[in-house]
Design a protein around this ligand. Structure first.
Ligand SMILES: Cc1cc2nc3c(=O)[nH]c(=O)nc-3n(C[C@H](O)[C@H](O)[C@H](O)COP(=O)(O)OP(=O)(O)OC[C@H]3O[C@@H](n4cnc5c(N)ncnc54)[C@H](O)[C@@H]3O)c2cc1C
Length: 415
């Protein structure tokens, strides 16, 4: 006797997306999740009334699958500026898409690295990436993104590379061109945002109405059964939607990617958001790389709700990220004093009295995506369905798409 048509292992975005579609198709589904709540790598916690996401991240509403499966209105998205704030000495320059933020043109005109020819080349490239069907990017030979962007000279070194380092959790510029261009296209087309109540609102929305059993760790799977510490459950199909390392242990023969790592510091600043980044909700990057942070952002300038009751209007919540997690197998992370020095440079203020609210060392952020990586990995290995961002693109979009692809494959098999 089967307990359900399908058992999904893992309630991250991929597992939840698969479970929703299977349930909508009339199948009985049980989702087993080892953690105490749904979300996987998209989680938030509340500390002293402050909402902190587990590692700074953003939802790009231009992701086609996010538009398809999420109720974006219900998330009450708080948008960021479509661009970056560059620090140059004591000056700050907003480099943003002039079509969507015309005032940025003036600042950008005074400081955009590179020659006029390189800038015009990049404008044409950006227009090309944004136009037409995104699948076009998949075509043509793949290579390292650094090779592709080299023709933009200082613009690549001082703007694109520091920006991508924060998105990819990697500053080597050896990532697949196709994948990096997919991300650049999403940034050009969309305005990344935070849900008013934190990133956790995304998996919470997806989990609504599903039979999710948290604090249930799966130790073994077969094509028709799942073993937990409490015993065995049977199903007609099994979907493994865990993180890549666990999937590799559960599914023999599965190729597991290297994972990137990162550390996010959350500070409560003793000054209003208006005193930082000109009150703007914008990603700050350092073209001169004078310290370890790949980006820093005044989260409360986008979503004041993250501050809860903590001195709204007088204080600001700042998230700052460096590469590495200082955990076994991941690169070292800088110490607090080094991070604070860099924060002071980036924000141009005295940060001595900023309160450290949390330091989140995340040893597995996103899979590495070397050139030649396929974005549509085979859905079934040894009779077990495998979903996750490591099976499509390494992103929220990829996790959601993977869930859909696996649900369709499972439905076909069940039929
Ligand atoms: C700090 C950070 C910043 C990021 N920034 C962005 C961004 O800005 N934009 C973007 O698009 N993407 C970003 N990402 C990537 C994005 O969050 C992931 O690609 C996506 O969430 C992966 O979802 P998933 O369902 O594939 O896997 P996961 O989220 O890893 O879900 C797997 C689930 O399986 C559960 N599980 C594991 N083992 C077991 C077991 N034995 N039994 C039961 N359950 C188990 C886990 O607890 C987890 O809930 C970021 C990620 C991090 C960590």
């Amino acid at each position: 006797m089967s307990e359900a048509d399908v058992i999904v292992v893992g309630a991250g975005l991929a597992g939840l997306a698969a479970a929703r579609l299977l349930t909508a198709a009339g199948r009985s589904v049980i989702v087993l999740e080892s953690a105490e709540a749904v979300g996987g790598r998209v989680r938030s916690e509340v500390i002293d009334g402050l909402t902190l996401d587990r590692g700074f991240q953003l939802l790009n509403p231009a992701y086609p699958e996010a538009r398809r499966v999420l109720d974006l209105d219900a998330l009450q998205l708080r948008p960021f500026i479509p661009g970056v704030l560059l620090t140059q000495g004591d000056e700050r320059h907003l480099i943003a898409d002039p079509r969507r933020r015309p005032s940025a043109l003036f600042s950008a005109a005074r400081f955009t690295p590179g020659t006029r020819v390189e800038q015009m080349r990049f404008a044409a490239y950006a227009a090309h990436l944004a136009s037409g069907d995104g699948r076009r990017i998949d075509r043509g030979p793949d290579s390292a993104i650094g090779d592709r962007l080299a023709i933009f000279g200082a613009l690549s070194d001082q703007v694109l590379a520091p920006f991508l380092a924060g998105v990819l959790f990697d500053d080597s510029m050896t990532t697949s061109r196709r994948f990096a261009e997919f991300l650049l296209r999403s940034f050009i087309l969309g305005t990344p945002a935070l849900p008013a109540m934190g990133m956790q609102a995304i998996p919470d929305q997806l989990a609504t109405g599903l039979d999710v059993r948290t604090r249930t760790s799966v130790v073994d799977v077969s094509p028709t059964s799942v073993t937990t510490l409490d015993g065995q459950l049977r199903a007609r199909a099994v979907v493994v939607a865990t993180d890549p390392a666990t999937a590799g242990r559960l599914v023999p023969g599965l190729a597991v990617p290297t994972m990137r790592s990162g550390t996010t510091w959350w500070h409560l600043a003793d000054m209003p958001g208006a005193a930082l980044t000109g009150g703007l909700p914008v990603l700050v990057v350092d073209p001169a790389r004078r310290g370890p942070l790949v980006n820093t952002v005044v989260v409360s300038n986008a979503a004041a709700s993250y501050l809860g009751g903590a001195g709204r209007g007088e204080r600001a919540l700042v998230a700052s990220t460096a590469l590495g997690a200082g955990r076994p197998g991941t690169p070292a992370t800088p110490d607090e004093a080094t991070v604070r020095r860099h924060l002071g440079v980036l924000h141009g203020v005295n940060v001595d009295h900023w309160e450290t609210v949390a330091v989140q060392r995340i040893s597995a952020t996103v899979p590495a995506v070397p050139p030649g990586t396929s974005f549509r990995q085979t859905p079934r290995i040894g009779g077990i369905f495998v979903a996750g961002d490591h099976r499509d693109t390494a992103s929220i979009q990829g996790a959601l798409v993977s869930g859909r692809r696996i649900a369709h494959a499972a439905l076909k098999a069940l039929a």
